[in-house]
Design a protein around this ligand. Structure first.
Ligand code: SF4
Ligand code: SF4
Length: 506
């Protein structure tokens, strides 16, 4: 449990606010360690005065090895994540498994999962007080199914663009520009990927709205687009293709972060080297300190640069160097070698998480790591690990809302359509692609552009993205929400008119 040096404590309460177990309190402007501390070190990370240190665990504590934090869980209590309880010296998961109740297959859901027609090529009803241009019905299995379609100009349009790359493209929150005009922003980085959020109604209606909608339409239609991140990279993006970052084609994703590479490949690495630093801008791994490597090899005495996170994991800074870090020369990754643990001749591998670049160092008698040629066994392992990297690609999800007047083409009672969509009675699709409808009010959805009919989007100069929207529902339920029943036509009649194309099923 923690110890408090009252002299150093400023009474700021950061420890109290951040302790997940309520095991430290500030009393009379001084922190006081209480019962229940699991030595998770959250308070040590936020204390700016150095008032806290870790003492011995209370007798009977068990070291939790279910994550890298390694809580010391006192008897009868839980660790910081509150998942495991020390029950008589055993760590027991304190919540039962959750298993869905068995149900018969939902045939209605199955028949509604594909629209009878897509809205691509349908046109629109305007002003929004008329029935949609195509409201068609067909018999599917035992059900009378209706699909209502319109190509609706949607100003509440945005696009999430995922770029698989380990290269740093720019900081989260930075503006994304096209021809110098802001069209979006960089948002949360994801696993091996960077994510842009383009558009949004305020950008669409702003001074550069036409550039904003044109960018979303071109990306959604899988055409090439060049973007520039403020303070970051120039990106040449095309959905379904690898990204080009600052003129370099980036064809492979990383296998995982440096910690994940240690976990995945500890056995293979331990067979050819004594230590490995696997460089990654998120988490860099140190093999012999990582729990997976520590089971196989003794600690090497190597300390990487970077900020320790949990055992064997380090935070490195972003940059244009190895693994998206600021390490340009692999030797820079090794901060020190402690010869109390290390020995001359010891082999240290420094690698990227894409396994494109690796370097081998051999420790000399002075404890200096000296670069050495790669033996064939290490090169063979590099090739094998590189082959585990997935193809990098750009993908995009159209993210928009049709809670407004576009509902008039479907029903005279718009709130009933919104409710039917949220109940699952009316299934939304966009150019044939399944849509995920966000919880809460309105009809705000996400749909993968690569599952849509080819070239589904266009735009109006209002400006707005024209998006093909389909609602598929059973006929009697369509009648129940105030649907335009008198405008229904059989699908066979629409096909007889001949103004259609079959499109390939995905
Ligand atoms: S080490 Fe963790 S559990 Fe213990 S007092 Fe600090 S934050 Fe709370
Ligand atoms: S965070 Fe540190 S300085 Fe602040 S109250 Fe806790 S022990 Fe004291």
């Amino acid at each position: 449990m923690i110890r408090v040096d009252a002299e150093k404590c400023s009474g700021c309460r950061e420890c109290e606010k951040n302790c997940p177990l309520g095991a430290v309190r500030v009393v009379g402007k001084k922190a006081v360690a209480g019962a229940g501390c699991s030595a998770c070190q959250a308070c040590l990370k936020v204390c700016r005065t150095g008032a806290l240190t870790l003492g011995e665990p209370v007798p009977g504590s068990v070291t939790c090895t279910f994550c890298g934090v390694r809580c010391e869980i006192p008897p009868g209590l839980t660790g910081a994540c509150k998942r495991f309880t020390n029950t008589g010296g055993d760590l027991v998961r304190n919540r039962p498994l959750q298993i869905p109740e068995p149900l018969p297959p939902d045939m209605e859901r199955a028949v509604l999962s594909r629209p009878l027609i897509t809205a691509v090529g349908a046109g629109a009803s305007y002003p929004d007080c008329h029935p949609a241009p195509y409201i068609v019905q067909d018999r599917v299995g035992d059900f009378d199914v209706v699909t209502v379609v319109t190509e609706a100009p949607i100003s509440y349009s945005s696009m999430i663009v995922k770029i698989d790359t380990n290269l740093h493209i720019g900081d989260e929150g930075s503006l994304v520009k096209r021809d110098g005009k802001a069209v979006g922003m960089v948002t949360a980085e994801q696993y091996g990927s960077h994510v842009l959020l383009l558009g949004g109604v305020n950008r669409v209606k702003g001074p550069h709205g036409l550039t904003v909608v044109r960018t979303m339409v071109e990306l959604g239609n899988r055409e090439p687009v060049r973007l520039k991140i403020d303070g970051g990279s120039v990106l040449d993006l095309q959905v379904g293709r690898p990204p080009v970052v600052n003129g370099s084609l980036d064809e492979k994703m990383r296998v995982g972060c440096g910690g994940a590479c240690c976990g995945l490949f500890a056995g293979l690495l331990a067979g050819v080297v004594d230590e490995a630093i696997i460089l990654d801008h998120h988490i860099t791994g140190l093999l012999t300190r990582h729990p997976a490597g520590a089971e196989l090899l003794p600690y090497s005495g190597v300390e990487p640069v970077g900020r320790p996170a949990t055992p064997g994991r380090y935070f490195f800074d972003h940059g244009s160097g190895w693994g998206g870090t600021n390490i340009e020369d692999p030797r820079q990754a090794i901060k020190s070698v402690d010869m109390n643990y290390a020995r001359p001749g010891m082999k240290i591998l420094v690698a990227e998480t894409t396994w494109r670049n690796v370097a081998l160092f051999v420790v000399n008698a002075d404890g200096e790591p000296v670069r050495a040629p790669l033996p064939e066994e290490v090169e063979e392992l590099r090739r094998m690990l590189a082959s585990n990297c997935e193809e990098a690609r750009v993908s995009a999800v159209y993210y928009a809302g049709v809670g407004g007047s576009a509902r008039a083409g479907v029903t005279v009672n718009p709130i009933e359509l919104t409710r039917a969509v949220h109940r699952g009675d009316a299934v939304l699709s966009i150019a044939g692609a399944p849509a995920y409808v966000m919880p809460g009010g309105g009809i705000t959805f996400l749909a993968d552009v690569e599952q849509m009919v080819e070239k589904p989007f266009t735009y109006t100069t209002s400006p707005a993205v024209v998006a093909p929207v389909e609602y598929t529902i059973l006929r009697h339920k369509y009648a129940g929400i105030g649907g335009h029943i008198s405008s229904i036509r059989p699908l066979s009649e629409v096909i007889r008119e001949g103004r259609f194309q079959w499109y390939p099923r995905r």
